[in-house]
Every structure is written in structure tokens, then in C-alpha cells.
Design a protein around this ligand. Structure first.
Ligand SMILES: Nc1ncnc2c1ncn2[C@@H]1O[C@H](COP(=O)(O)OP(=O)(O)OP(=O)(O)O)[C@@H](O)[C@H]1O
Ligand SMILES: [Mg+2]
Length: 270
């Protein structure tokens, strides 16, 4: 599917994942993140986006999941069997779904937790505060009392403390007001400009495709389309199902909740 860039940093090939020994959730996913790029992974609820992330970061075990086929390579060498901490050491860092932070710890302590694998993380912390001045102002605050937007910034800041070469974000815009979505988007662009590659998992296709170099769309464990943002944005199905711009019968915008119901039509799979 699609063109496969040669200088890929992360390469996922024909990945199959099963939960609880029986439920086949990923059914042959292949994707590439070239060095220096922003790649978007789009899909509706339950498509398998988070499962893909867990496979890449090594967190399937704790969810009773297992890779049954395929491989994940990092700069040419297979990492599928490395434990999560070693993948972080190699430069893969993640911001989990629903901005998991340590609510009872301070902003500073959260950042320390994110930087435990790097020594002398004072300089890195300064860089994180450059990205997020508001976090510096609130560095002694208990993280649980931060606003939703600030918590998302903290979750991203914490992931940056390990100085990743690849940052994977799982739906960072979820539940944020439009202005904050813009802010998160700008932060991701800044992070990428500073040299970190990004795999951006989103349901907000408009946001993700506005900054991505390449995009993949997945549905029920399979990729159904991939390409440059211009191509995806011009596609009628993408416009209808992921951007709510179907130009459809009523001409109205569809919400992503509606998109969920349309999934059953399996238009992509026919
Ligand atoms: N630990 C688990 N055990 C069994 N099934 C699971 C587990 N985690 C996820 N699944 C199932 O795997 C499928 C894919 O889930 P996944 O969380 O990867 O989707 P997603 O694309 O991230 O969805 P969302 O947008 O809602 O976060 C779903 O059908 C889900 O119910
Ligand atoms: Mg998810």
C-alpha cells in the first residue's frame, strides 16, 4: 500500500495483534514514519489506533495483547520483543490517551518521572519550559488541579523529557476546546521543527492532516487508505466520514459520533 520511503525510522510491517488469545484486533497493519516527518494515523472509535501504539511502545503485555504476526523495526532493527523502557531509551516516547499524568504529583515531579532515563535532565527541563511557559509558572502546582489543556501540555512535556526521536501522541486534541486544539497543533509543529518525528493518532482529521506529511486511515484493524494530506483531503469518502464535509444530502456537518455509526457500512472494505 502506498509508497514506502526508504529512510524510515519506524517501520511497522503486516502487524497482527490479538487480545486475550482470541480477539484479532489488528489484521495486517503496515506503516512507515520517515525520519523528521509528521505522520497521521486516523480512524474512528475502535479501529485499533491505540492498539497500534501499544504494539510500538511495548505495552500490549499489560493489556493481555500479543503480536501474532508481522514486525516492528526501528532504524532497521527489530524491536518487537524489547521491553517498554528499552524502547524509550532508543528514542520512542508516547503521550497516552486521555492525558495520563500523575494527578497527585506536582508539575515538576511529573517531568522528573518522564526524564528518569536521561541523566542531567535540567537542560531538557528548560527546553520543555520553553515549549510550555505556562508549565513553568505552575511547576509547583499539583498536576490534578491543572486545567484540561494544561494537563495535556504536561503530558506532552513529560514525554519530551526523555528526548525522543519519535513522539507518538494518542488523540491529543480529544476533549479540548478549539483554541487549545490549535495550541496543541502548534506545539506539535514546534516539536517536529526541532527535529523530533511525530506519529499523530487522531480522530480530528482536519487538525492532523493540516500538519502531517503523510496520513493513514484505519478501520476495524485494517488500513483502508493512505497518502499525502492533499490526496486524503480531496477524497470523497474521507471528506464524508472523517471531515464531516460530505456535501451530502442535507449539506450539514456530520459529527464524529455519526461517523461511528457509518462504520458499519464497511464502505472502505468492499
Ligand atoms: N485490553 C483489551 N482486551 C480486549 N479487547 C481490547 C482491549 N483493548 C482494546 N480492545 C479492542 O480492540 C479494538 C481496538 O481498540 P483500540 O483501543 O485500539 O481502538 P482505537 O482506534 O484506539 O479507538 P478509540 O478511538 O476509541 O480510542 C476494539 O474493538 C477494542 O474493544
Ligand atoms: Mg484509542
Amino acid at each position: 500500500m502506498g509508497l514506502i520511503p526508504k529512510e524510515s525510522m519506524l517501520s511497522v510491517e503486516n502487524l497482527e495483534v490479538v487480545y486475550n488469545d482470541v480477539v484479532l484486533v489488528l489484521r495486517g497493519i503496515s506503516l512507515e514514519v520517515p525520519n523528521g516527518s509528521v505522520v497521521a494515523l486516523l480512524g474512528a472509535n475502535g479501529a485499533g489506533k491505540t492498539t497500534t501504539l501499544r504494539a510500538i511502545t511495548g505495552l500490549l503485555d499489560i493489556h493481555d495483547g500479543e503480536i501474532t504476526k508481522g514486525r516492528i523495526s526501528w532504524n532497521g532493527s527489530e524491536i518487537s520483543h524489547l521491553d517498554p523502557a528499552h524502547r524509550v531509551k532508543r528514542g520512542i516516547s508516547q503521550v497516552m490517551e486521555s492525558r495520563r499524568i500523575f494527578a497527585e504529583l506536582s508539575v515538576d515531579e511529573n517531568l522528573t518521572a518522564g526524564g528518569y532515563i536521561r541523566k542531567g535532565n535540567g537542560k531538557i527541563r528548560d527546553r520543555v519550559f520553553e515549549l510550555f511557559p505556562r508549565l513553568e509558572e505552575r511547576r509547583k502546582s499539583i498536576a490534578g488541579y491543572l486545567s484540561g489543556g494544561e494537563q495535556q501540555m504536561l503530558a506532552i512535556g513529560r514525554a519530551m523529557m526523555s528526548e525522543p526521536k519519535l513522539l507518538i501522541l494518542d488523540e491529543p486534541s480529544l476533549g479540548l476546546a478549539p483554541m487549545l486544539v490549535q495550541e496543541v497543533r502548534d506545539i506539535i509543529t514546534d516539536i517536529n521543527d526541532a527535529g523530533t518525528s511525530v506519529l499523530l493518532i487522531e480522530q480530528n482529521a482536519t487538525m492532523a492532516l493540516s500538519i502531517a506529511d503523510y496520513g493513514y486511515i484505519m478501520e476495524t484493524g485494517k488500513l483502508v487508505m493512505d497518502g499525502k494530506p492533499e490526496k486524503l483531503l480531496a477524497d470523497d469518502d474521507v471528506r464524508e466520514f472523517y471531515l464531516g464535509l460530505g456535501g451530502g444530502e442535507d449539506g450539514g456537518r456530520r459529527s464524529f459520533r455519526d461517523v461511528k455509526h457509518y462504520k458499519r457500512r464497511k464502505r472502505w472494505l468492499s
